[in-house]
Design a protein around this ligand. Structure first.
Ligand code: URA
Length: 244
């Protein structure tokens, strides 16, 4: 259930305030009955008309964004910083990010207006893998990375076992590049996991989300997900694997 004025705004009829005005002016009906007061709640199965024209439901849309660093993963920001929604000025639908990447983290972020889809692919019980590449201060040994592979206790609980691989190391500069795959999404999880073993993250990028990659995109670019990709993600979330 959703407030009538919110549904009108989501369907792109007008802003929330303008939609309230339309209701107060008696221009909106629900299931054939004119509604003149605010606060009425409607469900997706109700028939809503504005000035006699039936409301079309907003199309569900799905975009894959290469989020640059220095942008927040939100739709609005009270401090006036640039948001990921600002990268879609040409899209009419109200996109929100599926999960979050920190302000300083770059990489793959799905943007959609489909709340059910977002829930499915981010909930840890559905175990969708996300792969990050981190530049660390210091060079961890295999032994030092092992706690992350077993699961490590953070202040909000123990993490699930992660796959971790040292990709390269620069002895002189004392830094390394490490790939890590997790399926949870605790706040600042990767940064806190590496902090916990004494190797702070200097730079972080999400390279993969399930089978999706950033292939062909530069920071700030986006593309629509195909119908097939959307279906595969749903199947993966439901079954834990890609079905055939
Ligand atoms: N883990 C982090 O620490 N930051 C992110 O943005 C994503 C995962």
């Amino acid at each position: 259930m959703e407030r009538l004025q919110k549904m009108l705004a989501h369907a792109g009829v007008a802003s929330r305030r303008k939609s309230e005005q339309l209701i107060l002016e008696g221009k909106v009906s629900v299931n054939g009955k004119v509604i003149k007061e605010l606060g009425v709640k409607v469900s997706p199965t109700d028939t809503v008309e504005v000035e006699g024209v039936k409301l079309e439901k907003e199309q569900k849309v799905y975009h894959l964004l290469y989020k640059p660093k220095g942008i927040i993963s939100a739709v609005t920001d009270d401090r006036g910083r640039k948001t990921v929604a600002d990268l879609f000025p040409h899209i009419q639908e109200r996109l929100f990010p599926v999960g979050r990447l920190d302000y300083e983290t770059s990489g793959l972020l799905i943007m959609t207006n489909d709340g059910d889809f977002s829930y499915m692919v981010t909930h840890p019980k559905f175990k969708i893998d996300k792969t990050y590449v981190a530049r660390l201060k210091g060079i961890p040994s295999k032994e030092q990375l092992r706690p992350l592979e077993r699961g490590i206790v953070l202040e909000d609980g123990k993490t699930a076992p992660a796959h971790v691989k040292l990709l390269s190391a620069e002895t002189k500069a004392n830094k390394s590049i490490v790939e890590i795959t997790i399926h949870e999404g605790k706040n600042r999880q990767v940064r806190r996991m590496f902090d916990a073993i004494g190797f702070p993250v200097q730079k972080l990028k999400r390279e993969r989300f399930a089978f999706l990659t950033l292939h062909g995109l530069n920071a700030g670019d986006s593309r629509e997900l195909s119908a097939h990709e959307i279906k595969l993600l749903r199947v993966m979330a439901e079954t834990g694997k890609i079905g055939t």
